[in-house]
Design a protein. Structure first.
Length: 557
């Protein structure tokens, strides 16, 4: 064998050994890997899951942090003093300014209740710090100024600040502080609007950081919301939550059918924490825009329980612009009072010939509506061609109209449509006085007569009317109301004076007997009554027209 052949054979043998070695390695690796996979599969709870990895540490970004940094310079702490003798609105049992609201009896007018300005039992407007209770000097025993704190937001670089009216109302001294600045800046009130609980104050400082106003109508339930203020005296406190509800009309406690809620505040509801001292501070959206002024909370404990309310920024801007122009807010009125809607409203409207609309209970003497020919028991169904189905729609439309603007108001009277042209007037002037109609009535026997519906009637004598302070035309009093009767279910009360039943005048109990005999089960029934404001006890006071209504059940008695 030649050298060449030997070398070739040796080279083939080496190549063969290399290939064999590699093949064995691949075989062993495959077997081992299969074994590992099998072992892993047997020991894994989720064999098809991909393991997670922890990323490298990095700086977390927060939208709330950016909002807080941007807005904190515009949010101020407001300290107020109320003099040596706080007003009744400035005191309650726990020594904080705020407390229980008692709405003055009034039928809703086309601009709401002008007396609804105080805080409520459940719905609390908050100060912080020392509160507003009377303080006693421990050395001399003399009364010291009452103090409290609230919040505000700068809206103009020249020192104009929005806050709540209840923060500065009846104050004798107002001072403002900024975050990180111990300087106390004296402030003066530019204007106040109790109906929306908004006030504008001013400090003598220029070139201030200004909060950007947002459009509250763009907010939706579930959007983020941030509240900034000075709860419990802690300045620049930031809390976050969501918008829980929009256009929330806060129903206030009622002691009688004559009481009503204020009608100019359709709150934004939020679960961002709001506590004493937050009043007047801003509610902010995720873009850092002010979409509300924090006003009150719903609470049984007096502290935060997850339900806060803010006046929408669109309303706040409207009020602010009025105040900086005129120093006050002027709202339109047509001079009527209307029947609030409830479950019995359809029966009331049916008797008077309409399916929808606002039932006019009273027309103010010499007011715009009376001058245009509007009468009690008309039903307002439209304004300038726009359908009006609820009293709140009427209020919003009229209040936003410029003084002197003529409105084409569609009404239903005696089941017939007509149009009246009513010029809008200043609400404050329209309701400055409320005339009372006077008349005399012949003496009648004061015997009680039992009626269907669960009521007992008695004729009114002149002496009885005099003792009641009633000067109207009614001549029949409701002497008693049976519990759980039809009359009781629709809100008739002892002491009411019955004027009409289903639009027919009532001059004696016999008139009621005649009308009720013609009614069948399921028939709509409307009582036109007069009720003394506040209570039905005999004595002085205004008498308000009401129209309790319902459908007669089969077993009415």
């Amino acid at each position: 064998m030649s050298f060449y052949e030997k070398a070739r054979n040796q080279k083939f043998l080496s190549f063969t050994m290399i290939v064999f070695t590699l093949a064995m390695g691949v075989l062993i690796g495959t077997v081992a890997q299969t074994g590992v996979k099998a072992a892993r599969a047997q020991g894994s709870a989720a064999p098809d899951a991909t393991p997670l990895t922890v990323p490298s540490p990095s700086q977390m970004q927060s939208s709330f942090a950016g909002i807080a940094k941007k807005l904190e310079p515009t949010v101020v702490n407001i300290s107020v003093e109320f003099g040596v003798k706080p007003s009744p609105q400035a005191r309650n049992g726990n020594g904080r300014r705020g407390g229980n609201q008692r709405i003055q009896p009034s039928q809703p007018d086309d601009n709401g209740d002008p007396n609804s300005t105080d805080p409520q039992d459940l719905f609390r407007r908050f100060f912080g710090g020392g509160g507003g209770g009377m303080q006693i000097n421990p050395f001399g025993g003399e009364q010291m100024p009452s103090r409290a704190t609230g919040s505000g937001v700068v809206v103009d670089r020249n020192g104009y600040i929005m806050t709540n009216n209840h923060v500065v109302d009846k104050s004798t001294k107002i001072t403002v502080r900024f975050t990180g600045d111990d300087t106390e800046y004296p402030a003066k009130i530019i204007g106040q609007d109790p109906d929306t609980d908004l006030a504008v104050i001013k400090i003598d400082r220029k070139d201030l950081a200004v909060a950007k106003m947002g459009n509250s109508d763009s907010m939706q339930v579930g959007d983020w919301a941030v509240a900034i203020g000075s709860p419990l005296g802690f300045q620049a406190t930031v809390t976050a939550g969501i918008i829980s509800a929009l256009a929330r009309d806060v129903e206030e406690p009622r002691e009688s059918a004559t009481q009503t809620k204020s009608s100019f505040k359709h709150f934004i509801q939020t679960d961002a924490a709001i506590n004493p001292g937050n009043s007047g501070g801003p509610l902010i959206n995720i873009n850092g825009e002010v979409i509300g002024i924090n006003t009150m909370i719903a609470s049984e404990s007096g502290g935060y329980q997850g339900i806060g309310f803010a006046l929408p920024s669109n309303m706040a801007v409207k009020v602010y612009n009025n105040i900086i122009r005129e120093g006050k807010v002027t709202r339109g009125s047509i001079g009527i009072k209307f029947q609030p809607e409830d479950s019995r409203t359809p029966a009331l409207l049916e008797v008077y010939g309409a399916k929808n609309g606002v039932f006019v209970g009273e027309v103010v003497k010499d007011g715009p509506a009376e001058k245009a020919g509007m009468k009690p028991q008309d039903i307002i169904v439209s304004i300038n061609g726009k359908n009006i189905n609820k009293g709140q729609e009427l209020i919003d439309t009229v209040a936003d109209s410029e003084i002197g603007t003529p409105l084409k108001i569609g009404v239903i009277r005696d089941k017939k449509p007509m149009t009246l042209t009513v010029s809008v007037a200043d609400r404050a002037k329209t309701f400055a006085e409320n005339a009372v109609v006077s008349s005399t009535v012949d003496e009648k026997s004061p015997e009680g007569v039992k009626m269907k519906f669960g009521i007992t009637l008695t004729p009114l004598t002149s002496s009885m009317k005099q003792s009641m302070g009633y000067t109207g035309t009614g001549s029949v009093e409701i002497q008693s109301v049976d519990p759980d009767s039809f009359a009781d279910s629709i809100g008739i009360e002892k002491g009411d004076i019955l004027l009409e039943l289903n639009r027919e005048a009532i001059n004696s109990p016999e008139d009621v007997k005649r009308i009720q005999a013609s009614l069948k089960p399921g028939a709509a029934v409307v009582f036109h009554i007069a009720r003394q404001a506040g209570n039905s006890a005999r004595g002085g006071g205004n008498w308000l027209p009401l129209f309790p209504a319902g459908r007669l059940p089969a077993d009415a008695n």
